[in-house]
Write a protein that binds this ligand. Structure first.
Ligand code: FRU
Length: 569
């Protein structure tokens, strides 16, 4: 019995026989041809079903090939594939293997509407202010960019199953980074392979030639993870319709383990810069820098070694951006970080990153990965905002995983040098509903819980206090204790511990709580602890207590939050 849970694996077969009799019960290469009369092709999905290779064919051409958790009988949900380019034509659906009593092929139909059901966005394990796709699996955020008044969030998406696979780029847009509208997937697997992670930029001066008069193109830069694994681009002038570049790939394989291009315009050297993760033999993690005048032709510039000790520093999904220390534009530093959030600081001259490849700790917590920051946020705003993959596991739901809340990154000076700080964006304040504000000159052990009268499912809690020299301050969030140990100046949450130094003798904490997790900020943002946890739906209790010694000047603001999803849909 193979109990592997991964999205892929292999079986070794060593007893192969020939027979004249067709094996009973399984049809090979079953097909159905249907006329495309609607925008979508609806495909029945059963979670945990054996993955079938489903190929869509237009006359003379393979459209796409995916491994689908195909429902042979009653489906759990429907995948909706946008087939509008083939409207009025015939599409053939071919399945590699099908039990001969399967209803899967018969059930497939075209329709002008998706079939997401009335529960959409109200499902019991749907994070209510964390983005997740309507259907299927997501991992990394991709192509985060601000374009024509909208934030775009693309993401690693499997539209055909609950687990990882068939990497597409999903797509959502928002005007505030809080309320997202999911659109149709923009990049499907093609002859170069599945669509792995990457980034997006606005090509303001149309250096790529992919724009139109007065319309700078939005350019996606992504990895096509076939054999070889190469870097490709796609573009759009309206943020809705995307076309893959006809002469892809734009960068050939460096090593098989090269992926996740993050591109930015480097104004001092007037060129595009790409940082690309490149895995070297023996699992060495490196980041390579390439430059380009036009996003289409790339030249190797330099590379940075990750940790020679083989730890995961600079492993996958690099991001690279410049920040001013304490907002002082004369003191800017480049931040180079990898998927686990650890980072290095240094200079960059358009060729080489001069930073030491020492890794500074990023977020703490559990279930956060592959963060990316938005490109092209207007200079008048000037914020550097990240979203990460929030590894919220939602068993039994027609979707799986989500994204963390948008968080502003800054660099702040400390006695040990500049460090990243993490601050939830102010746009989240628009979710606030009922609230309570409380203040205590001193708050001692045994004091009445000031939040006893405020049960809530979705919560933003802000607290400030001046602790004594010992003891604990405990915030109970729906059954999860967030414990500040005063003497050691550490936060303890479940099995994780994070330094949370006092700032001017005070501790300031912000905690967001959704159905699927907590995001905790301490020490004016120096400490960020996201936790993917499915909270007990029956426990809506909030609490504050201290142990050991009283604290001074306790101030609490607690808000019940409203769901960010559209209502009544
Ligand atoms: C990180 C990652 C990326 C890759 C993508 C594939 O989570 O492994 O390196 O591009 O996921 O889905």
């Amino acid at each position: 019995v193979d109990t592997a849970k991964g999205g892929w694996g292999h079986l070794n077969v060593d007893h192969i026989v020939q027979t004249d009799a067709k094996p009973r019960g399984i049809l090979a290469g079953a097909e159905r041809t249907l006329a495309v009369t609607g925008k979508y092709l609806l495909i029945p999905i059963k979670m945990g079903a054996p993955r079938r290779v489903v190929t869509l064919l237009a006359p003379g051409k393979t459209i796409v090939r995916n491994e689908v958790d195909l429902a042979d009988a009653e489906p759990d949900w429907w995948a909706a594939v946008d087939v509008s380019p083939w409207r009025g034509k015939a599409i053939t659906v071919r399945v590699d293997r099908l039990p001969d009593d399967s209803t899967a092929l018969l059930a497939i139909e075209t329709s002008n509407t998706r079939r997401d059901g009335r529960e959409l966005y109200h499902e019991p394990l749907r994070g209510q202010f964390h983005f997740s796709p309507r259907r299927g699996w997501n991992n990394d955020p991709n192509g985060m960019v601000y374009f024509q008044g909208e934030y775009h969030l693309f993401f690693q998406h499997n539209p055909y199953g609950w687990a990882w696979g068939n990497m597409h780029w999903g797509h959502a847009v928002s005007r505030d980074m809080v309320r997202w509208e999911e659109l149709d997937d923009v990049l499907w697997p093609d002859e170069f392979g599945p669509m792995f992670s990457g980034s997006a930029v606005v090509d303001w001066n149309n250096t790529s030639g992919l724009g139109e008069a007065g319309k700078p193109p939005l350019v996606l830069i992504y990895t096509a993870a076939g054999n070889p694994t190469v870097q490709c681009i796609a573009s759009s002038t309206d943020g809705r319709h995307f076309t893959k570049y006809a002469r892809n790939p734009v960068l050939s394989q460096v090593t098989g383990g090269n992926r996740d291009p993050k591109v930015m315009w480097h104004e001092p050297s007037k060129q595009w810069v790409m940082v690309l993760y490149v895995e070297k033999p023996a699992g060495r993690h490196t980041v390579h820098f390439f430059t380009s005048p036009n996003l289409r032709e790339w030249t190797f510039a330099s590379h940075v070694e990750g940790d020679p000790a083989g730890r995961r520093f600079l492993f996958e999904c690099p991001d690279f951006f410049e920040l001013a220390v304490d907002g002082d534009v004369a003191r800017k530093l480049w931040v180079l970080r990898g998927a686990n959030g650890e980072y290095a600081l240094g200079g960059f001259d358009g060729v080489r990153f001069s930073g030491r490849a020492d890794h500074l700790a990023g977020q703490r917590g559990r279930g956060f990965y592959a963060p990316q920051t938005f490109s092209d946020i207007p200079a008048s705003d000037g914020r550097r905002i990240q979203i990460g993959w929030f590894q919220t596991e939602t068993k039994g739901m027609p979707f799986n995983q989500s994204m963390t809340i948008p968080v502003e990154l800054k660099l702040a000076a400390t006695s040990e040098g500049p460090r990243l700080t993490y601050t939830p964006v102010r746009e989240l304040e628009s979710l606030r509903g009922n609230s309570t504000r409380q203040a205590f000159e001193t708050f001692g052990p045994g004091a009445t819980n000031p939040l006893r009268s405020m049960p809530a499912e979705l919560v933003e809690l802000r607290a400030e206090f001046e602790p004594a020299e010992r003891g604990e301050v405990i915030f109970n969030i729906r059954g999860i204790p967030v414990v500040y140990r005063v003497k050691e100046q550490m936060l303890h949450v479940q099995d994780q511990i994070a330094p949370a130094p006092l700032r001017g003798g005070k501790q300031r904490l912000t905690i967001y709580c959704d159905r699927t997790g907590l995001e905790i900020f301490a020490s004016d943002g120096f400490t960020y602890m996201p936790f993917a946890i499915n909270l007990d739906p029956a426990n809506l209790a909030l609490g504050v207590e201290v142990k050991g010694a009283p604290v001074r000047d306790l101030r609490i603001d607690a808000y019940e939050l409203r769901p960010a999803w559209p209502r009544g849909k």
